[in-house]
Ligand binder design. Structure first.
Ligand code: DGJ
Length: 701
């Protein structure tokens, strides 16, 4: 029997807990807000699900936590001790956390029935955004150590199983491909055991209520503020219950917790919408912009940059970079980014990671002299770095082979001719902080592309004891966050862009320090339609870095028009990545105009409310709408995958406009209600890969 209930509401959603008369802490509801008071009769017909179960006492599903106690047993039964509202949302030790409003966090304390081990659950409700966050602390108050084998951030239950599960999976160059699958009995979902979130799977998952989709589109979304091994999974049990779990992946993990020590899990973020995926995405977008992105940049428009990678790869000279900068400045581009190859002896990917001294012979002088020359053209300078790595062929590796993640008894696996530095060691973290601080303090660098190009193998750290070796993956991420935190605090005005061979680490952990991330090494506009649309299910467009590149495209060999390329790249934070000196005069004029248009509406492109106007599975066309925060500007982009003969689809329905208002597009005017009920005339965009874009302005009464 439930003797007490705890309700945690947001504007439209609600999480309800129940404490049973045996002291079990249970979840009674997660979903639409039950506005009214709940009676005893109603409480009694809600199934109470143990909120944070262990195994060994009748829970035969995946546990939320698995601890080996000093007696060797891992039978666990956590019981309610207390709960209270805490004034300030606590920081999580060593891990990024979303900023909190006052008095919105509830701290629930549970204790294992016979062992002095406590769970502290922190749940925060973000009322306006309909978002909840949760992190857990495990506190060892015993006289001996315990070993944590599994510690998830979230274990939520739904009483039924009629759901479709959305996952965003893929590979290098085709990240975040959307897949919907009907839930089946057993365990399903995504995870990473690569030491990074990885290209193969994004931690975000969603569940859509399947059986009543025709009248009500209920959707639940889950994400994690973390950048390493994770799992986001769903289990359907024999009684048709659904359990959602997100958190650290236990595959390579265990944690030795000494007496009086505390272990904190990453923070899980979850949300509910009764109005479909579109609204769920808006809720995540608003929340991430307001509470996760670094405050200096969360609302600040980002520069249009030219990155030299696809223009030159490693093969550049000072003259070439200055030529690129000169043409960029003429085109209206605001920053030149020098990518890989500026340091040590790096002429290809076989050497020099770790030796971060500018190669003055290749740069034709000091790095600062190059920067000054670029700045004199009226544009800023940005630099690429891959600090977490070391090449076997480097001075740093010769000096500190013990800084590499590798067992001294095996030859470590090389990927892209490089090893991962062991960021679990404080001295390695200090070295990285010092290296980058010197670079940033001594050069006028306004932006930094933080790359990372391999997964973790050979998990062994020379800095950890025998008992702690399985802590390495998590300690690496903690070390990385310390480096990020120190450098972003010391250089708050430098814009950092995350990158991991494209989108191999697109997650909320990175976004807590770096407000934008390179979405994919695949710059082909047609492939980017799906990658960018899908990223925006979970992440705001301002965080998605998109570039216009050359044709034929370097990854797919496809030809697309400049129009198509810029329309697609204007989806989020726009950049260019091609040899602009090779553009014809006509192309330069076109690019200049495109840049002017993007600059004029930068705020809307980057921070406007984003809507996907066609179903995600539409094979023919992708259509996006951006609506400025003040509702006065609407940007609509429609792009063909393949053209379709005799397509009669000439009106595109828009959303969320003011029905009474008049909108001007070119020399025509339409009412908001016409645009939403009938649609915007888009002509016939029938050719393969064709794209069109429309800017609508609300006419003042
Ligand atoms: C991988 C990144 O995704 C690319 O954009 C580029 O920076 C290369 N690394 C450089 O090595």
């Amino acid at each position: 029997m439930v003797k007490e209930i705890i309700r945690i509401p947001t504007k439209d959603a609600e999480l309800i807990f129940g404490i049973t008369d045996e002291g079990k802490f249970t979840q009674l509801h997660f979903g639409k807000k039950i506005v009214e008071k709940i009676s005893c009769d109603e409480t009694n017909c809600l199934e109470p699900f143990e909120y944070y179960p262990m195994n060994g006492r009748g829970n035969f599903n995946q546990p939320a936590v698995d601890i080996v106690f000093p007696d060797g047993s891992s039978i666990g039964d956590f019981r309610y001790v207390s709960h209270k509202t805490v004034r300030d949302k606590p920081m999580i030790n060593g891990l990024p956390t979303s900023r909190g409003d006052k008095d919105q966090t509830i701290n629930i304390v549970l204790k294992e029935k016979i062992h002095d081990v406590y769970l502290k659950i922190f749940v925060t409700a973000y009322k306006e955004e309909n978002i909840f966050s949760q992190s857990i602390q495990i506190v060892n108050r015993m006289d001996d150590p315990v070993v944590i084998e599994r510690a998830l951030s979230l274990h939520l239950s739904l009483p039924d199983n009629d759901y479709d599960l959305l996952t965003l999976t893929g590979s290098w160059g085709r990240e975040v491909q959307d897949e919907w699958a009907r839930l089946r009995r057993g365990i399903q979902g995504v995870d990473s055991k690569q030491g990074i979130t990885g290209h193969g799977q994004n931690p975000f998952i969603a569940l859509r209520k399947a059986s009543i989709a025709h009248c009500l589109d209920e959707v639940y979304g889950f994400n994690l503020i973390y950048s390493g091994d994770f799992l986001s999974q769903v289990e359907v049990d024999a009684q048709d219950h659904t359990f959602i779990q997100t958190g650290l992946n236990g595959a390579h993990f265990s944690w030795y917790l000494e007496p009086d020590q505390v272990f904190s899990t990453p923070e899980a973020i979850f949300s509910y919408s009764a109005n479909g995926l579109q609204q769920l995405s808006q809720q995540f977008h608003q929340f991430i912009e307001k509470f996760i992105l670094p405050e200096t940049f969360s609302k600040k428009v980002r520069p249009i940059l030219l990155n030299n990678w696809e223009a030159t790869y490693f093969d550049f000279t000072r003259e070439k970079i200055l030529d690129l900068a000169k043409v960029s400045a003429e085109l209206g581009i605001e920053m030149l980014v020098l990518d890989d190859g500026w340091f040590g002896q790096r002429a290809d990917d076989t050497s020099s990671l770790g030796d971060w001294q500018p190669n003055e012979a290749k740069l034709g002088g000091t790095l600062q002299s190059l920067i000054s020359e670029i700045e004199s053209m009226g544009i800023d300078f940005g630099l690429w770095i891959e600090l977490e790595m070391v090449s076997k062929n480097s001075a740093l590796y010769n000096e500190h082979p013990e800084w590499v993640i590798a067992s001294p008894y095996r030859e470590a696996v090389e990927i892209r001719h490089q090893y991962m530095l062991d960021l679990s060691q404080e001295c390695v973290q200090d070295h990285l902080i010092q290296t980058i601080s010197q670079l940033l303090a001594n050069h006028a660098i306004k932006y930094m592309k933080w790359d990372m190009n391999r997964s973790m193998t050979d998990r062994f750290s020379q800095g950890l004891s025998t008992l702690q070796q399985r802590e390495l993956g998590h300690r690496y991420v903690l070390g990385l966050y310390r480096v990020f935190s120190e450098i972003t605090q010391a250089f708050p005005d430098v814009l950092f862009e995350g990158c991991c061979s494209g989108g191999g680490r697109f997650d909320l952990g990175i976004l807590s320090y770096m407000p934008q991330i390179w979405a994919s090494d695949n710059t082909d506009a047609i492939d980017r339609l799906r990658i960018q649309s899908n990223l925006a299910i979970a992440y705001p467009p301002s965080t998605i870095s998109c570039h216009v590149s050359a044709v034929p495209n370097h990854q797919t060999n496809r030809y697309t028009s400049l129009d198509t390329r810029v329309n697609v790249a204007s989806f989020g934070t726009l950049g260019y990545e091609l040899d602009v000196t090779q553009l014809t005069l006509a192309e330069r004029t076109e690019v200049r105009k495109q840049i002017e248009r993007y600059k004029k509406h930068k705020e809307v492109y980057q921070f406007g409310c984003h809507f996907q106007l066609k179903p995600f599975f539409d094979q023919q066309q992708v259509a996006w709408q951006k609506l400025s925060k003040d509702g006065k500007t609407v940007i609509v982009t429609i792009t063909n995958r393949l053209g379709r003969i005799q397509s009669t689809n000439r009106l595109l329905k828009l959303v969320e406009l003011d029905p009474q208002a008049i909108y001007q597009v070119g020399n025509r005017q339409y009412s908001g209600s016409f645009l939403m009920i009938k649609g915007l005339p888009i002509g016939t965009v029938s050719r393969d890969f064709a794209s069109d874009s429309f800017i609508l302005s609300k006419v003042d009464e």
